[in-house]
Design a protein around this ligand. Structure first.
Ligand SMILES: Cc1cc2nc3c(=O)[nH]c(=O)nc-3n(C[C@H](O)[C@H](O)[C@H](O)COP(=O)(O)O)c2cc1C
Ligand SMILES: [Mn+2]
Length: 468
């Protein structure tokens, strides 16, 4: 870790000093142009640089894209040089807890007052206050793709509070801008924000919402992480950085938001109202069709002096969000292993990441284990939504897609090895024993014997093949 990052500005300084930031000084348009530039950069090897657009048409505020768009930058955002180090630490601390499921152990580690945010007075995120006639269009939200239904906030941290427990949630759900004080919230049915909305509605009370942009990027990551509903993202972020975040009280509600955010949009949910949202060029690389979403009425916008607007462009992979997903793959592997010790490794190839496609290496010890793990992974945990699961033996290097594909095709006997459940498919591509039904008789891998290998190695120069 080069040095600690406490907010987006600190993170930008780190990127700049490390040669990971490009600053675009000519004027650019948030309507399609910024997304097109970002898309092109995301397609460069290793994800390209983070981008800072200093002069944005129609706005006083700079736009930042591709901040998390490489393994290195995402690691830095998570307060480490390698995400694996955070994963190893998590694994070690989980291992010290003697009993419980992965979820219970994670709760025990993270749900601790030490990691909860501390309220601070005079927060930077309230340096400028727009309360009389707040207008969201001061924020240079992008329209990314030609058929997008409008402008969207694509990296928002959406804060809501559970009315029963008083616990806060911070989830990343895209937000469409419908008007100066009207926003559409695209939370999925299972998202914690949607659950909170239903709970407030049942109590017939308007739900306060706060949308924060910027702040310590570790919380931006946590807002995307598949945490169980009982775990607060702010506490998880505090745990990852081993230091609690600073928060501030909203001006028009009781909600708390990161004190070091760049922008905060405050408001509440309009009861019984929906508006059509989308289309939206999505992370799959396909448009999400228009659908009704719940609507937020804005009551205040606060921001820092010289605020920066962070956002992401999603589309055909590889894109920035792939690196967030890869961080989750590494960080949540120890948790999956807690519940399923036979799992050795996991690879979610970028092309399929947002369909939950995963290659899973297991230590197979009994007949039927491959299919059983498929059903277990679909039952709970962060792979439950996987549309394609492939289970391989522990000697397969699942990080090597070519090797995994080759092994799968050789081991696969579709009538025996495929599990379909609803709209999901699982493939058990492990070696099958004689007790597992129809077996391929010739499942013997072609390999050299040691003696010949050594002979050729010894004589390699004599063959004179590599000579110029
Ligand atoms: C860039 C980006 C955009 C996302 N957009 C949405 C979205 O519009 N709706 C949604 O339900 N989840 C979306 N997600 C996934 C959620 O952030 C993720 O499921 C998170 O765990 C939700 O938090 P929650 O469990 O507290 O609800 C998005 C993730 C990323 C990285
Ligand atoms: Mn949550």
């Amino acid at each position: 870790m080069k040095r600690s990052i406490k907010d987006l500005r600190g993170f930008l300084d780190l990127l700049n000093e490390s040669g990971e930031l490009a600053t675009i000084r000519v004027e650019v348009d948030p309507w399609l142009e910024i997304a097109a530039i970002t898309d092109r950069v995301c397609k460069q090897p290793n994800g390209g640089k983070a981008l800072r657009f200093d002069r944005v048409k129609g706005s006083a505020f700079p736009v930042l894209t591709n901040l998390f768009g490489s393994r290195q930058r995402t690691a830095w955002a998570l307060w480490t040089d390698h995400v694996e180090h955070q994963a190893d630490r998590l694994a070690a601390e989980i291992a010290k807890i003697p009993v419980g499921s992965a979820e219970e152990k994670l709760l025990q580690l993270v749900d601790n007052p030490t990691w909860l945010p501390r309220l601070v007075p005079n927060p930077p995120c309230q340096e400028v206050v727009e309360k009389d006639r707040p207008d969201v269009s001061i924020i240079p939200a992008l329209k990314s793709w030609p058929r997008d239904g409008g402008r969207f906030l694509t990296m928002p941290m959406v804060f809501t509070r559970d009315p029963a427990t008083g616990r806060d949630n911070c989830g990343m759900y895209r937000v469409q801008i419908f008007g100066p004080q009207l926003l559409g919230l695209h939370w999925g049915k299972a998202a914690d924000g949607a659950r909170h909305a239903a709970a407030w509605q049942a109590r017939k009370k308007p739900m306060p919402i706060a949308i924060a942009l910027g702040g310590d990027p570790v919380l931006t990551y946590a807002a995307t992480a598949p945490l169980p509903p009982g775990i607060e993202e702010t506490a998880f972020a505090g745990y990852l950085r081993q230091k609690s975040l600073e928060s501030s009280r909203c001006l028009t509600s009781e909600l708390e938001v990161p004190a070091l955010a760049e922008f905060v949009i405050e408001g509440y949910l309009l009861a019984d109202q929906t508006l059509p949202e989308g289309p939206f060029g999505n992370h799959t690389g396909y448009y999400a069709p228009p659908e009704p979403v719940q609507v937020m009425q804005v009551t205040a916008i606060t921001h820092r002096h010289d605020a920066l607007y962070p956002c992401t462009v999603v589309g055909r992979p590889p894109m920035e969000n792939c690196y967030l997903a890869k961080a989750t793959e590494r960080l949540f592997l120890p948790l999956i292993q807690t519940d399923h010790p036979e799992i050795k490794d996991l690879n979610m190839p970028l092309e399929g990441i947002f369909h939950g496609c995963a290659l899973v290496a297991i230590r197979k010890e009994e007949a039927g284990q491959g299919k059983r793990i498929i059903r277990d992974l679909w039952a709970k945990g962060f792979l439950r939504g996987s549309r394609l699961l492939v289970i391989l033996d522990e000697d397969v290097r699942v990080q090597d897609f070519s090797e995994s594909f080759w092994r799968t095709l050789n081991h696969l006997e579709p009538t025996r090895d495929v599990v379909i459940d609803g709209s999901k498919i699982g493939i058990d591509a492990t070696r099958k024993g004689p007790d597992e039904g129809k077996t391929q008789v010739w499942l013997q891998q072609v390999e050299l014997d040691d003696k010949t290998r050594r002979l050729v190695q010894r004589r390699w120069k004599d063959y004179d093949i590599d000579a110029p």
